[in-house]
Design a protein around this ligand. Structure first.
Ligand SMILES: CC(C)(COP(=O)(O)OP(=O)(O)OC[C@H]1O[C@@H](n2cnc3c(N)ncnc32)[C@H](O)[C@@H]1OP(=O)(O)O)[C@@H](O)C(=O)NCCC(=O)NCCS
Length: 172
């Protein structure tokens, strides 16, 4: 499964992406904005575990973001369970060298479409930290609405942090 967004390709992760993955994921500025499931430092063992855990999903949940033949980021759609099963959470990161060029905004717009066409869901949400202004902007530019600020709900690197909730509903 492959999705094209201009010169960007979204496709499944492959073991041959390992070197690029470790190069770009091993960045504290990225890890600082994600959950602790994303390790720092990020080594080859972490990369192998990640690739084997996401590459076989059908339909695909986690895509490699490929630019100039290099895997340089990840974006995922995670359908929730039980009473939340009509919702999916999105998560994402991009190699620092590509920041600030509108790339993630384009990707999120396309991934929202993918989520709604692939699963029987009505709402897609994201939960950036309150301090993650770049991510807030991406979500706003992608048409998502700010819903809530959960105060001190996160502890990251020993610091309490707020979390913002953004969502978009499926058009009827
Ligand atoms: C968040 C992230 C994916 C953004 O990707 P990107 O391709 O650079 O995003 P875009 O270029 O589409 O948009 C970024 C916007 O944030 C703005 N921005 C970035 N840093 C900012 C800051 N410190 N203050 C204000 N605005 C900022 C940019 O100017 C741009 O907005 P604009 O188009 O209105 O000028 C990328 O920074 C990243 O991977 N960060 C680390 C991991 C992460 O935070 N993941 C998301 C977890 S919820």
């Amino acid at each position: 499964m492959e999705i094209k967004v201009d010169n960007i390709t979204l496709r499944n992760w492959k073991l041959s992406d390992l070197e690029n993955l470790v190069t770009y994921a091993n960045n504290k500025k990225i890890a600082d904005n994600l959950t602790d499931a994303f390790p720092h430092p990020y080594n080859k063992t972490d990369g192998k575990k990640f690739i084997s855990s996401v590459s076989k999903d059908e339909p695909l949940k986690v895509f490699a973001i490929v630019i100039n033949d290099e895997a340089c980021g990840a974006v995922g759609v995670f359908v929730q369970k039980d009473i939340y099963r009509k919702n999916a959470e999105i998560g994402y990161w991009l190699a620092e060298k590509y920041w600030g060029k509108g790339i993630m905004t384009k990707i999120i717009i396309r991934v929202i479409e993918y989520g709604f066409e692939t699963w029987d869901i009505v709402r897609i949400f994201a939960k950036p930290f309150g301090s993650n202004i770049a991510s807030h902007r991406v979500l706003e530019k992608a048409g998502m609405k700010f819903e809530a600020r959960l105060q001190n709900v996160v502890i990251k690197n020993g610091q309490l942090k707020d979390e913002f909730i953004y969502s978009i509903l499926k058009r009827k």
